[in-house]
Design a protein around this ligand. Structure first.
Ligand code: NAP
Length: 253
């Protein structure tokens, strides 16, 4: 049996697809043949153009603010209305708030936990329900973080959410592997996106981070695409509950 990374005929949902890692993942999945629903609160124009340029699958934009559960059912139903199916869910949308733990506010705690963990769980639940209801296979890919393994500093709700997401990935894998749904996560290292702009703009932090990355450079979003395609494709059908670092070797240090 040939190993397959082909996503032709599959439909993927990517949250936070307008920019950064979500955009790169959407383009990579479309390049492998998937139709991709681009979910988020900002214009998807850049990603729509990049998907069209990449060839392969088509895209549909779905407007959704993921800080509440309001869009959860709608994201699934609008996707299924479009292509008749939803096979792959990439929970990528996420936020970070920086402040010393001693000063951290309830608002910054709740905002991060809502987007990074609560909505991820209920979107995954809605996605899994429609698959299990039809007896079909599917793939969930959660975008975790190095803070799923490490503590970090000045980002208490982010670390809690991403550590929680690693645990949630394992729990959902245990419950749904037997139902034909693979639940896995990718832990990106330090990538050049809006999320890390403050770090890259701080000369000391930038030098310290760069000095610890064996690959010697900040990740470019496109460098995450291969891992996403792998975890979305038949090639990973026996892979369940992993958190796959794509970090230029950071965790190996
Ligand atoms: P980014 O450029 O800031 O992208 C975050 C994405 O999440 C954006 O599309 C953003 O939309 C979306 N989002 C945030 N809040 C939302 C909401 N309430 N409703 C809908 N969409 C929302 O950062 P990124 O680096 O690509 O981050 C993508 C994921 O990777 C995040 O989960 C992040 O934690 C994770 N990650 C990033 C790194 C890194 O080095 N960059 C490392 C580890 C993990 P808007 O543009 O509209 O805000």
């Amino acid at each position: 049996m040939a190993v397959s990374f082909d996503l032709t005929g599959k439909t993927a949902i990517v949250t936070g697809a307008n920019t950064g890692l979500g955009q790169a993942i959407a383009v990579a999945l479309a390049g492998a043949g998937a139709d991709v629903a681009l979910v988020g609160r900002s214009s998807m124009a850049d990603t729509e153009a990049a998907v069209a340029k990449a060839g392969g699958g088509r895209s549909l934009s779905i407007q959704a603010d993921l800080s509440t559960l309001e869009p959860v059912e709608r994201v699934i139903s609008e996707t299924v209305d479009w292509t008749g199916r939803a096979d792959i869910l990439v929970n990528n949308a996420g936020i970070i708030r920086r402040a010393d733990a001693i000063d951290f506010t309830e608002a910054d705690w709740d905002a991060v936990m809502d987007v990074n963990l609560k909505t991820v769980f209920f979107l995954s639940q809605a996605f899994a329900r429609q698959l299990i209801g039809k007896g079909e296979r599917g793939k969930i890919i959660n975008i975790a973080s190095l803070l799923s393994f490490q503590g970090g500093i000045r980002i208490p709700s982010y670390t809690a959410s991403k550590s929680g997401l690693a645990g949630l990935t394992r729990l959902l894998a245990c419950e749904w592997a037997g139902k034909g749904i693979n639940v896995n996560a990718i832990a990106p290292g330090y990538f050049s996106t809006n999320n890390t702009e403050a770090l890259r703009n701080d000369p000391d932090r930038n030098a310290a981070i760069l000095g610890r990355i064996p690959a010697g450079h900040w990740g470019e979003p496109e460098e995450l695409g291969g891992a996403a395609v792998f975890l979305a494709a038949p090639a990973s059908d026996y892979v369940h509950g992993i958190v796959l670092p794509v970090d230029g070797g950071w965790l190996a240090r």
